[in-house]
Ligand binder design. Structure first.
Ligand SMILES: [Zn+2]
Length: 340
């Protein structure tokens, strides 16, 4: 099969188009002909080198495609079915997994991180990971959904316990998680403030439902939040930027507010003033991906058209280096997807 592998860590030049044997199907798996695989920032981190990644390695977490072969022990799927693949890798039988908390499984990882991913023509997936997609959703848009939407849902609903009418600050309107979080917060009838690096991106954030936009290069986030909320601050901050915005994010919270973070794109080391933490009774929460139950929950809204995938640009798999460069230059609003 055609595949892109990395044999060493580094820049986009380490991404190599190759012909390799297709994976062997286990009897408890389903073989998927991959039609589209979206890029995430995780692809860049893995490409540059993360512990636990064995070389050569295939990147790619978000897969959509067709079933081509069904293992003997699998029922309920048939060849030709259009599906997406949940990006989570878990054991399926430990205490956490059977409780439905797959993202706390000891072997939990994401496809394309510590195990091979979907930047290739064929992917052998556990049956539990397959979700049929409606005719109304093409493969490109289907592949753009799972990782960022389940991440944003777990942050807001699973971790922060968002309630209708709250005020939510979503950092990075143009990012995959930002696009999902703005829409999910609006679905819960919350007031949404978002941030972006230019007016065009802020306008798109408003089109998705954001009530207010802050230009994080020209304006100070916490000051604008104070103006918008009449000095009160927000109930929830959706953080994934890290060092560059952390202080502003904490300052933007109201007393008793919750900051939930799923990433550290600009750096992982931040400071915390404990006096603010206890006196203002803040909650600082970590969040990583989501559970299978949460993925099914958020997908119901996507399939019904209440949450919209946003695809910025499609590249053929053969042009994956250009796709990585495009994403690293932060030029996009929405997802970059590989067509396979
Ligand atoms: Zn498990």
């Amino acid at each position: 099969m055609k595949a892109v592998r990395i044999h060493q860590f580094g820049g986009p030049e380490v991404l190599t188009n190759e012909d390799i044997p297709a994976p062997r199907l286990r009897q408890d798996q389903v073989m998927v002909r991959v039609r589209a695989c979206s890029l995430n920032h995780l692809d860049v981190w893995v490409r540059k080198g993360l512990p636990g990644v064995k070389l050569p390695h295939i990147l790619g977490s978000d897969i959509a495609g067709e079933v081509v072969e069904v293992g003997e022990y699998v029922s309920g799927f048939k060849a030709g079915q259009r599906i997406l693949v949940a990006p989570m890798h878990f054991c399926g039988h430990c205490e956490k997994c059977v409780e439905g908390l797959q993202n706390q499984c000891r072997i939990f990882t994401v496809f394309g991180n510590a195990v091979d991913g979907g930047n290739c023509e064929f992917f052998a997936a556990p049956a539990a990971n397959l979700v049929p997609i409606p005719e109304s959703l093409d493969f490109i848009r289907a592949a753009s959904v799972p990782l960022v939407f389940v991440t944003a849902w777990h942050m807001l609903v699973g971790r922060a316990g968002m309630r209708p009418g709250q005020t939510v600050l979503v950092l990075g309107a143009s990012s995959g998680v930002g696009i999902a979080a703005i829409q999910i917060a609006k679905l819960f009838h919350c007031r949404v403030i978002t941030t972006a690096g230019d007016e065009a991106k802020l306008a798109k954030g408003r089109e998705l439902g954001a009530d207010y936009g802050i230009d994080h290069y020209k304006q100070k986030i916490s000051e604008e939040v104070r103006k918008i909320t009449n000095k009160e601050g927000v109930d929830i901050v959706v953080e994934h930027v890290g060092a560059a915005t952390w202080d502003e994010s904490v300052k933007s919270l109201k007393s008793g507010g919750t900051l939930v973070t799923c990433g550290a794109t600009t750096g992982p080391n931040v400071a915390i003033d404990l006096r603010h933490l206890f006196a203002r009774q803040l909650s600082l929460l970590g969040s990583y991906m989501g559970t299978m139950g949460e993925l099914h929950a958020v997908l119901r809204h996507v399939f019904a058209g209440r949450l919209k995938p946003v695809v910025d640009r499609v590249f053929p798999l053969t042009e994956i280096r250009a796709a990585h460069e495009y994403m690293e230059n932060s030029l996009m609003f929405g997802k970059v997807v590989l067509s396979i």
